[in-house]
Design a protein around this ligand. Sequence first.
Ligand code: SAM
Length: 324
Amino acid sequence: MMLHVPVMLQEVLEALRPWEEQVCVVDGTLGAAGHARAILANCPRCRLVGIDQDPSALDEARLNLAPYGDRVTLIPGNFRDLSTLLPRYEIKVCSAFLFDLGVSSMQIDREERGFSFHGEGPLDMRMDSGTLSRGVTAADIVNSWELGDLIGLFRRYGEDPFAVPIARAIVMHRERYGPLMTTESLVALIRRTLPAPAQRKAGTHPARRIFQALRIAVNDEMEALRETLESLPSFCGDPSTVVFITYHSLEDRLVKQHMKTWAAEGKGLLVTKKPLVPREEEIRENKRSRSAKLRVFRFGPVPTREERRAARRKEGRSGGLPSA
Ligand SMILES: C[S@@+](CC[C@H](N)C(=O)[O-])C[C@H]1O[C@@H](n2cnc3c(N)ncnc32)[C@H](O)[C@@H]1O
């Protein structure tokens, strides 16, 4: 099983400096706590609040964060519910939020979760394994949605050029042979449907886009992200830093739009005018990082150029995040 390697870790740590500012850092996508552990190690005084909707991720994180004792609060839940989760745990002032979106390597590698087009598993894909949500699985969608809705889903969230033939093949299959229940059977159907040249197309698995679309729908990922971006300013202390790592253009576009709006409304500083991307070396070592884009926004009074230069001199560093 592959361990989850935290993506763009150095860039995340750099974005959260200066550490004296950090009172309480919320990791809204805790996973196995790769980022969280490094944050706690670098920030000796801050409290870390880790949220994840996957109970097995929280179990893993609990073990990994045990050395940090009561500096850590673990919260099972969806980050879209920040407004109810934070007060429940009496968290008032947050100095930073990190969202490393999507699924973890652990979730993908566990075939029984149904996220992987390489493995054999049930068509499930629920990040919370049904513990929090209404429990719609990928199989429910594949076997009950109308043709037009499947086409719309595969186009919108998968941006798949073969959305129409694949959706048609799914509907025909379930009418003739009954429901599709496993990842393997869906992959086989996609392979049968795609023309050979498309299958040979370099770099991507023929089922990648369809699996992405189903996963986004099952977990209502775009709506959860939109709601969170809309409510986030109300939880952010002054100053506070928000870091997003996204893995596909739909997510990235949404984050970019909101950060631009926050800047236009004078809520703070858009630190990354262009998203940061992983270094070549990181992509070589961790393939999962290749589509990552990192964006940072700092809520609070916007410092002048001179103030930002002085802060960087004080930090005693030459590189780091590009200033806006
Ligand atoms: C990419 S992994 C995070 C990995 C983590 N940064 C690390 O270094 O170990 C994303 C995690 O976020 C969780 N997640 C995704 N969307 C979520 C949501 N809306 N609410 C809560 N957790 C979510 C997933 O269950 C998964 O464990």
